[in-house]
Design a protein around this ligand. Structure first.
Ligand code: GTQ
Length: 347
């Protein structure tokens, strides 16, 4: 597969001739198309929250959430500049909603996740229900559901947006529209979906099920508690520490169709074994400080920083304090297509 084909004047003339007919010869390009292992343009990188936060506050003075529609600074992977991508398949941005602001209602085919970084008491509304957001909460906006954000708290509110924008772009499947109102009509009490779907119970006559979880806020307090109990009950996985994935309680599959979401605890002093997988992954430390070695580079991290591990790059994490990391990737897509692979070394 890796062999190069000899160039001759006759062949060169042939390539030039067919080029004008929108044809090309596979044998000149095959090795670049079908590589023995992933060759990603995506690079390992880390963004410091404090630096982004300062820029976001500048943005806060430059434009309102309403005028911007969404006041977001996009995290652009240094290997993929100008494409609004943090990995080849996924988007990440940091969104700021200032006190008293609204980000007006719209909907689109792209699915979105929010991971709350700073502030409490702002809300997002999805499907006629509002949820209040706190640091560490994982909030879902399903494909084509109306959503608007508001901040009635006295403090600026920051969260990470993870969207499948590059996937939808690749498939040419983008549809979007504005509601024409700041806020969608609220038809359900806050906490309704959590009550119906968040307690290992389901509505008795539930028929319809969506590939996106009907729970749209997974509160940090609950996810954190689960990790704490795992820690007390057994040994950490050598590659992951104590790691859980967020699920759709109706299907048992990932909480979202295109993005897998995970929360893991690394005990104080714990160092993970080398691991790699085909799903390039975005990590957000929530608690604790540590370092991750990604390929040949080492990145020191603390709470609210964002770092990215490209497809098939080896990663090890080391926690100075007890650390909790949120992460997301395109793993659900790769699993469905029988493409997902991991390499746990010997662990
Ligand atoms: O909050 O709806 O970062 O539509 C990018 C696109 C956030 C949002 C983003 C969006 C949103």
């Amino acid at each position: 597969m890796e062999h190069a084909v000899l160039d001759t004047p006759e062949r060169r003339a042939f390539y030039a001739a067919i080029d004008g007919e929108n044809l090309s010869a596979l044998w000149t390009n095959m090795a670049a198309l079908i590589t023995p292992e992933p060759r990603s343009a995506c690079r390992p990188f880390l963004w410091r929250f404090d630096a982004i936060r300062a820029r976001m506050m500048e943005a806060g003075a430059l434009i309102t959430a309403k005028e911007a529609e969404r006041r977001v600074l996009v995290l652009e992977n240094p290997g993929l500049r100008g494409q609004s991508k943090i990995t080849t398949s996924l988007y990440a941005g940091i969104q700021l909603v200032m006190p008293g602001e609204v980000a007006p209602a719209h909907r689109h085919t792209q699915s979105a996740l929010r991971f709350v970084l700073e502030g409490r008491g702002a809300h997002t509304a999805v499907g006629g229900e509002k949820t209040m957001m706190e640091p560490g909460d994982f909030v879902i906006t399903p494909s084509m559901q109306w959503h608007d954000h508001g901040n009635a708290s006295p403090d600026p509110m920051f969260w990470l947006d993870g969207l499948d924008i590059p996937v939808v772009q690749f498939l040419d499947a983008s549809f979007a529209e504005g509601l024409g109102e700041d806020e969608q009509p609220i038809t359900k009490p806050t906490g309704d979906s959590w009550a119906r779907y968040g307690h290992n119970l389901l509505p008795v006559d539930l028929k319809r099920s969506s590939r996106t979880s009907p729970i749209f806020n997974y509160p940090y307090a609950h996810s954190r508690e689960a990790l704490e109990r795992m820690k007390a009950a057994g040994d950490p996985d050598p590659c992951h520490g104590f790691k859980l994935r967020y699920t759709n309680p109706v299907t048992g599959d990932h909480a979202m169709p295109t993005m897998g979401t995970f929360l893991q605890l690394l005990p104080k002093g714990f160092a993970t074994s080398r691991y790699r997988s085909t799903d390039a992954t975005v990590f957000v430390p929530v608690e604790g400080r540590g370092r991750s070695r990604i390929g040949e580079e080492t990145f020191a991290w603390g709470p609210r920083d964002v770092f990215v591990v490209p497809s098939w790059k080896s990663v090890t994490h080391e926690a100075d304090d007890e650390a909790v990391l949120f992460s997301y990737s395109d793993r659900p897509i790769q699993e469905k297509l029988d493409l997902w692979r991991e390499d746990r070394g010997n662990a």
